[in-house]
Design a protein around this ligand. Sequence first.
Ligand SMILES: [Zn+2]
Length: 207
Amino acid sequence: MRNVVLLGPPGAGKGTIAVRVAEALGLLHLSTGEVLRDEVARGTELGKLAQAFMGRGELVPDDVVLAMVRDRVRDQPGVLLDGFPRTLAQAEGLAGFLRVDAVVDLVVTKDEVVRRLGNRRVCSACGAVYNLVTQRPRVEGKCDRCGGALVQRPDDAPEVVARRYEVYERDSRPLVDYYARQGLLRSVDGARPPDRVAADVVALLRS
Ligand SMILES: [Zn+2]
């Protein structure tokens, strides 16, 4: 497998899994969020263009994101795309310059995502992230590192998480169908610890 697309709803643990899979298979991990931040930080032409949209609170247009991805995948032996494509239009644009060999869809239910993100707490002082189930602080409500108060981000409130999940489902369905029609889609149960999920994805892509 050379070029892989990783799909999954917010809270599916996509970032963590992408890093592990890319490392195991020797692929370049491309997170569009990171690519965007990097282009903006370096003040490239594309970065300046993207920043103008973000500054107005608008989504960065597909052609700008596509141009950034195109620059990065050039001359790479294999890439793992994380957070991209997000829409059918982006997938069609991507097909113009990259052959996608496999698409892995991390399947996690809405209830599971609400439960996971609902247990997340962040330190209001240093930003360290905790989970009341899987990564508990030593002292309840206090950061291990700096003693700051742990709070729930507004984004992690159950009704907000449920809404984000529904938006993701709606927007990604045409994309999932598009890759399924091409026979590229592989679904993986994402409702398990990230290590297990990553190991499954690696095995699947090697087979
Ligand atoms: Zn802290």
